[in-house]
Write a protein that binds this ligand. Sequence first.
Ligand SMILES: C[S@@+](CC[C@H](N)C(=O)[O-])C[C@H]1O[C@@H](n2cnc3c(N)ncnc32)[C@H](O)[C@@H]1O
Length: 267
Amino acid sequence: MSRLSTCLPETSKIPVVGAAPQGANNPHAAASAVREMFTSIAPRYDLLNHVLSFNVDRIWWRRTARTFCHILARPDARILDLCCGTGDMTFALRAEAGKASPRILGADFSHAMLQRAAAKSVAIRSGAKKIASAPDWIEADALDLPFPSAHFDLVTSAFGFRNLADYDAGLREIARVLPPGGECGILDFGEPKGAMGSLYRVYFKQILPRVGTMISGVRGPYAYLPASVERFPEPAEMLRRMKDAGFREASWTPYTFGIAGLYRGKK
Ligand SMILES: C[S@@+](CC[C@H](N)C(=O)[O-])C[C@H]1O[C@@H](n2cnc3c(N)ncnc32)[C@H](O)[C@@H]1O
């Protein structure tokens, strides 16, 4: 038996410590399934996002960007928006930066999602609301970033971190590309509690997957969404993981009854 084939069964036994789309039994398979899934819904992703969140997603991106206005106001700052998808979080950062022109980079491992982000950049560049400098885009895996250590002042991720095949490895990689004092902001879904939580669960687990499947024409991704949120660590555990990865002042701010929330930390 060759070296490669002896390695494969061992790899497949590694427990998944992050996202686990149905049928994926190791981190490599999970990452491939996640990439395929987002690539398959890329054409309808923006429409679905806004319809399914009743446009509240725009408020969440803007609120997250505002949180980091002290970094975005620095013309020399370097900002990475991880798992940027079609770029809405990245554009919110760009808008918050205003006339300051920090270097803002959106990174994602789905080529189809990035193509949409780049097309939106062109439209914004040539549109009425001209911006000082458009973000740049790069195809990259959040678990293996092609940047030197301490390269960015701020790393954000909106609704992407939850999809990583290894949460701790993701946090370590974010910490690696930040210098001491650099900040990270992870915006993601949560599970609201109480009466609001019960109501929301009916919508999120029963209505959203049906509407999502109908509009996207793709079976799977919109059933994966509530499953991935259920699997994602609770805030207390996520904050513990952030501290273990080297972040201090780790905090979580719930948005809209905790339907979403922002994790922050400083390296
Ligand atoms: C739910 S979308 C979020 C997109 C965008 N940030 C937003 O707020 O709409 C998640 C994105 O994470 C990307 N993603 C998931 N795992 C990734 C990884 N390991 N490396 C890079 N991108 C990843 C997917 O391709 C997808 O575009």
